[in-house]
Every structure is written in C-alpha cells, then in structure tokens.
Design a protein around this ligand. Structure first.
Ligand code: SAJ
Length: 401
C-alpha cells in the first residue's frame, strides 16, 4: 500500500518513519529541498531522540523516500503547519496548497487524511474543494481528519502508545483510516465525525492553556499577597481532585499558544474563558518583563551602579532546544532592547550558539550576576545553590522559594 505524506516536519517525519517501520511504503513530500535531501541521506532535520537510526534504516530498506513532488499513491496524509496570521486568524493556506498538489493524482478508492490542526469545519471545506475540482470522485474517495497529540521529545513512544481520534466524513472513511493507523498504533482508535475530531484537538490544547492561565493568575495574586505560589499550589494539589499546573513566564510553542485562537476566532460570543486564558498567558510574559526591569532600576538606585543580569533560559519549555514562540526569548529580547548598556548575560544550555543572542555558560552567568532571572525550568538550573547575596527572580519554580 503506497502512502504519500505531505509535510515532513515535527509530526510528518516521525509519523512517516513509524509508519514505514510497520511495513508501509512511504513517499514523504516537502517544499524545503534541504529537508528532502537530508531525509534521503538518512539525516534527521528535526531534534527527536532515537529517531535518526530509525530513519536511516527505513531509507536504507527503501521503505521511506523523500521528494519535492507528490506521486500517485493509495493514501495521502496532509501534515503541514497551520499557523495564525497577525490578527490571530487561522491560516489554512498550506493545507489548501498541499491538497491542490495531489488533486490530479486522486483516484477511486483512495484514502485522504488531514492531521494538521484545523478550525472546525475545514475538512468539510476541503472535501468540497476536492469534489468541485474532481466531481467524479464524490463518494469514491475516503476523507478523514485524524489529529495527533504527541509531545515533542517523546514522539516515537507517543505515536504508538497514545489513543487516537479518527474523524471520518463517512463511516467507511473512519474504517479505512483506522485500518492504516492500526498498523502502528497499539492504543485505542476512537471513531467519530470530522467536525468532532477537529474540535477535540482544539479542546485538548485550549483546556491546557486555560489550566496554565489559572496557575499564572495565581502567581500574580501570590506576588501581591506575599504568598509563595509554589508552596500554595503544592498544598492545593494535595486535595484528591485538584491538579493546578505550574506557573511560568508565559506560554510558548506552536500548539498551546496557537490552537485556542482557532476556537476563539470562530466562536467569539461563546469562547470567553478560552480567549481570556490566552490574554492571561500573554500578559504573564509582559508582567515578567516589567518585574525584571523594576529590579534593575531598583538595583541602580540602591547601589549607584548597573547590575550584572543573567537571563536563564530561552527555550519555550524545560529541557528542549526549541525557541519557537518562546516567551523566555521574548522577555530576554525586550530586556536587551530596554537596557542596551547594562551587562545582560543570556543562557540557554540546550543550544550551542544563537544568531542574535551571545550565550554564556549557565554556571558562570549565575556566579557573576547580581540579578538572576529564571525563565525556563531546565534541569541544569536545579543544580545551582540558592545565594542570599543575589537578587533571584524565579518565574518557573527552580528554587520554589
Ligand atoms: N507550561 C506551563 N506550565 C505548565 C505546563 C506547560 O507554563 O504546567 C508551558 C510550557 O512551558 C510551554 C507551554 O506551556 O511554554 C506548552 O507546553 P506543553 O507542555 O503543553 O507542551 P507542547 O506545547 O509541546 O505540547 C502540547 C501537548 N498538548 C497537551 O498536553 C494537551 C501535546 O500533547 C500536543 O500534541 C502538542 O501540544 C501539540 O502538538 O498540539
């Protein structure tokens, strides 16, 4: 069964590798020629532990090949990004373009699955687009929406062990898509319709955004109330049915910080809490930046000289090297801009260098800094000892003080 995957990114490439390992012949298509070239040489262009040896094996066995152009297959999977535009409007143009690229190749009996995160109703819109271009295919091909929920950094395990939602436009599409995923998913496959599957993916990430917003709001309250938010949350979570998440310096990444807008843009009257959660998490990053600015100004007033500042962490979440949509990066950039003649050291243990930030080793930065700002809870930072002589601003619970 030949399968064509459109999009070899954080989700497409790992899924192609795992599907190939289950015996499917995969053609992976990407618009980035470097991705195509590296993949065909068995080199992983994304960071995913343990994935590269599998890629090499699948390429060597001829089970996985990359190309810039799609080819005729029996099933087609669309796994391209769905970012949002500046006005937070979802951008499904990559999904439309990917669909157009395979329109002429579709034939009776084919399976067509979208995995990209979509606004509710998009799968139906795409199917209308297909059938208006190829009316003879109506009722002849099987269209489904099957979102992923893997955690970057643990993709191999989660692709196989996470339950999956299979949203078919028809019951037969559900069956055909389930048959494909059952080749490598050992967990349960839950069949539903496409619209429910689309909203399910958005609901998962919006629920997490709202939970994080609650924790972030608590941190603002505790700051004013003179309460240790880490101790507060730890105590509240001793309740058998309470699970408050951890405050941070904001919410980053291409998922939790993006997907809720797919709901609040489409349902502005109803999605009040979802919209507010986004606003609260965005506000937290600004609040953190202000906190640091004030600490620097107070230091100058109290000591008559400028402080040495260490900004600890750029990644959007602990123990990864991904800076996409990272509030830590945003806050650091804002501080460097506002205090251009203050010695501000930037620390990110998970990357060797950066095109705009000069990086400093985390131990050295901690040793010499007067003000230390913890933005991302990397494990390395937990080896540092508290120092009463320093002004330590801990947004992510390194010391939980
Ligand atoms: N964060 C907090 N406090 C917390 C947990 C997270 O501030 O208690 C922050 C993180 O620092 C980060 C952001 O939220 O900036 C997102 O982190 P995340 O742990 O939610 O990780 P993601 O975005 O890599 O993955 C999420 C997952 N979704 C859910 O947990 C519901 C993953 O399962 C999805 O597949 C992924 O989004 C996605 O691709 O949609």
């Amino acid at each position: 069964m030949k399968t064509c995957f459109i999009g070899l990114g954080y989700i497409g490439l790992p899924t192609a590798i795992i599907a190939a390992r289950s015996g499917v012949e995969i053609l992976g298509v990407d618009i980035n020629p470097q991705v195509v070239e590296m993949t065909n040489r068995g080199l992983l262009h994304i960071i995913e532990p343990g994935m590269e040896p599998l890629l090499k094996e699948m390429v060597a066995k001829g089970r996985l090949r990359a190309s810039a152009k799609p080819e005729v297959a029996d099933s087609y999977f669309i796994m391209v990004p769905t970012p949002f535009k500046d006005n937070h409007k979802p951008d499904v143009s990559y999904v439309v373009a990917a669909t157009n690229s395979i329109l002429p190749l579709l034939k009776d009996g084919d399976l067509f699955v979208i995995e990209s995160t979509l606004p509710v109703g998009t799968t139906e819109m795409i199917s209308k687009m297909i059938f208006s271009a190829r009316p003879e295919l109506e009722g002849k091909i099987h269209i489904a929406y099957c979102p992923e929920r893997v955690l970057p950094g643990n993709v191999i395990h989660e692709l196989v062990n996470n339950d999956r939602v299979i949203g078919g436009l028809t019951p037969e599409a559900c069956d055909r898509a389930s048959l494909f995923y059952s080749r490598f998913v050992t967990a349960k496959l839950h069949k539903t319709n496409a619209r429910t599957a689309e909203l399910c993916k958005l609901a998962e990430n919006s629920s997490r955004d709202a939970q994080i917003a609650f924790a972030n709001e608590l941190s603002l309250i505790c700051d004013r109330a003179g309460v240790n938010v880490w101790e507060l949350i730890n105590l509240a979570n001793k309740h058998p049915r309470v699970n408050i998440l951890q405050p941070g310096c904001g919410v980053g990444g291409h998922c939790i910080a993006v997907d809720p807008y797919f709901i609040s843009e489409a349902f502005p009257e109803e999605a009040k809490l979802i919209a507010q959660a986004r606003a609260t998490n965005n506000y937290k990053a600004q609040w953190c930046a202000e906190k640091v600015k004030n600490a620097i100004l107070q230091y100058e007033l109290a000591n008559g000289c400028k402080p040495k500042v260490a900004m600890m962490g750029l990644a959007f979440k602990p123990n990864i090297d991904d800076l996409r949509e990272s509030p830590a990066k945003q806050i650091t950039a804002e501080l460097l801009h506002s205090f251009s003649n203050t010695d501000i050291m930037v620390v990110e243990p998970n990357i060797a260098d950066h095109k705009t930030f000069t990086l400093t080793d985390f131990r050295h930065a901690y040793d010499v800094a007067d003000i230390v700002v913890f933005l991302t809870a990397h494990d390395e930072f937990k080896t540092l000892k508290w120092c009463d002589e320093k002004i330590i601003i801990d947004f992510c619970g390194i010391f939980k003080r």
